[in-house]
Design a binder for this molecule. Structure first.
Ligand SMILES: NC(=O)c1ccc[n+]([C@@H]2O[C@H](COP(=O)([O-])OP(=O)(O)OC[C@H]3O[C@@H](n4cnc5c(N)ncnc54)[C@H](O)[C@@H]3O)[C@@H](O)[C@H]2O)c1
Length: 264
């Protein structure tokens, strides 16, 4: 809990699946009030069913590609709460394929969700984040980056570029919002066991391959990533802003040659 006098409030985008969904579970366990946003109304209904005993959860369909939709959903949130302590931007898409074969529409969609969508959500959340922020207890924005931004892979060029652009946004945003007592940080996972990766693996004939097991010997679970998001939402991280934290079991730390892997 980040505020001594009222229940803390979080908005989570991409809340219906994978890392965003686990984040909602964790925040509810930690006694936050949660607004869960996702483009998939059906998946949100499923989340509502899973967490139906939680009167602190509100699910709201929202497409982060659509500035008007974001503005209206955040206005709806502002009718229900006067301040928001945290925004977690987990909405993201992975579309794969060699850069020269990629359709223009796919390229644009990737940037529209993974980069522009994050910026739009922070813009819309800003008045509510400012209301909650103080120097003793800053408000927080946590974005989902990817180690693709620092170690891109063939078949994932557009995705890597979208997350790389995000890595610059977070730094500038953090400094621009520091005077408002709003912390802006990014967690950058390697491969995480979520529906996003399952569908990338299932796609036939793709050159893209997920990083898979890390040097720690396993693929991350959503809980591994949410543990670091949770740290970034707690007072322990009050002096942390503008960072990009890999949560990848060492995957991006050093190159591992294929024959070294075979010898493992
Ligand atoms: N899973 C991984 O291996 C991995 C690795 C690195 C980074 N990430 C990043 O973590 C974040 C979460 O990924 P995940 O693995 O949980 O994926 P996921 O596919 O399980 O969940 C993503 C959610 O975002 C929602 N979404 C997609 N487009 C949207 C839009 N336009 N508006 C609102 N919601 C939208 C989807 O409906 C889905 O519920 C993403 O930003 C992703 O790029 C994931």
């Amino acid at each position: 809990m980040t505020n001594a006098t009222r229940m803390p409030v979080a908005i989570v985008t991409g809340a219906a699946s994978g890392i965003g969904r686990q984040c909602c579970r964790q925040l509810l366990d930690d006694n936050w009030q949660v607004f869960a946003l996702d483009v998939s109304a059906a998946a949100l209904r499923d989340l509502g069913v899973e967490l139906q005993t939680e009167d602190r959860l509100r699910v709201l369909p929202c497409d982060v590609r659509d500035a008007d939709d974001i503005a209206s959903v955040f206005a709806e949130i502002a009718e229900q709460v006067s301040a928001v302590d945290a925004l977690v931007c987990s909405a993201g898409i992975l579309r794969t394929g060699p850069l020269m074969d990629m359709a223009v529409e796919d390229f644009d969609q990737i940037f529209s969700v993974n980069t522009r969508g994050v910026w739009l959500c922070v813009k819309s959340a800003l008045p509510l984040l400012r209301q909650a922020a103080s120097s003793e207890m800053p408000s927080r924005v946590v974005m989902l980056g990817s180690i693709a931004a620092i170690r891109p892979k063939i078949g994932g060029g557009a995705y890597a570029a979208s997350k790389s652009a995000l890595s610059r946004l977070v730094r500038v945003m953090a400094v621009e919002l520091a005077g408002d007592n709003i912390l802006v940080n990014t967690v950058a996972p390697g491969t995480v066991d979520t529906p996003m990766i399952a569908s990338a693996m299932a796609a036939p004939g793709k050159t893209y391959k997920p990083s898979g097991k890390s040097p720690l010997g396993r693929v991350a679970a959503p809980e591994d990533v949410v543990a670091v998001i949770r740290f970034l939402l707690q007072p322990a991280s009050n002096y942390v802003t503008g960072t990009w934290i890999p949560v990848d079991g060492g995957t991006s730390a050093a190159y591992v040659a294929p024959d070294a892997l075979a010898g493992n």
